[in-house]
Write a protein that binds this ligand. Structure first.
Ligand code: GRF
Length: 196
């Protein structure tokens, strides 16, 4: 019998990365362990990903941040909901909330960001990267730390820009890269036993 590595996925919107992770890792066997996506969680009751998660057979919990008095109160409830599942790793996939140190000290989490960090941190990374004079864009996976988009890098891959490409086309290629890179990076973290 192989070991089970449990992950919880957090998202706020479309949930396309969440879907890619579930499709490539959930209930699959990898050298000596099996991955279980035990839950998905969102802060946004209107997130499209809620339906996606259900269709994929994973229960989604909604914790609306607007119901809390402060960031800390929301983060405490979120951390509690995550830790109740005893995950080996928490995976942020388009989770659009800044997390307080209180959360980060309790939950070991990784995040995906649509740029070659440390370039283009923050919420407009795709747009800024598309508009920049750089010839390449890319995707980064990193540990979540107290500073936004600044934790240690786990994986990073560049993508050449195509002349005349529209923003929509650029975005679609970047998303496709994310959907391949993130499951690979999660597996790497689980294999290295760096997660708890
Ligand atoms: C992704 O581009 C991710 O890098 C960023 O937010 C986006 C989420 O997309 N943090 P989706 O919800 O996974 O479709």
């Amino acid at each position: 019998m192989s070991l089970t590595q449990k992950i919880v996925i957090l998202f706020s919107g479309e949930g396309s990365n969440m879907e890619a992770i579930i499709r490539s890792l959930h209930e699959k066997e990898f050298e000596g362990f099996q991955v279980q996506v035990v839950a998905t969680l969102t802060n946004n009751p209107n997130a499209k990903g809620i339906e996606r998660s259900k269709e994929l057979g994973i229960p989604c919990e909604v914790i609306d941040h607007r119901a809390f008095e402060s960031r800390e109160a929301f983060d405490a409830a979120l951390a509690q909901a995550i830790l109740a599942h005893r995950p080996n790793l928490t995976v942020l996939a388009g989770f659009m909330r800044i997390l307080s140190p209180l959360f980060i000290r309790q939950v070991r989490a990784i995040n995906i960001h649509p740029s070659l960090l440390p370039l283009f941190k923050g919420g407009n990374a795709m747009q800024e990267s598309y508009l920049s004079p750089m010839k390449v864009a890319g995707v980064s996976v990193h540990y979540v730390s107290e500073e936004l988009d600044s934790g240690d890098l786990i994986a990073q891959e560049a993508m050449g820009k195509i002349e005349g490409e529209s923003f929509e086309e650029f975005k679609a290629r970047l998303h496709a890269l994310e959907h391949r890179l993130y499951p690979e990076a999660i597996l790497r973290v689980l294999k290295e036993g760096a997660a708890f």
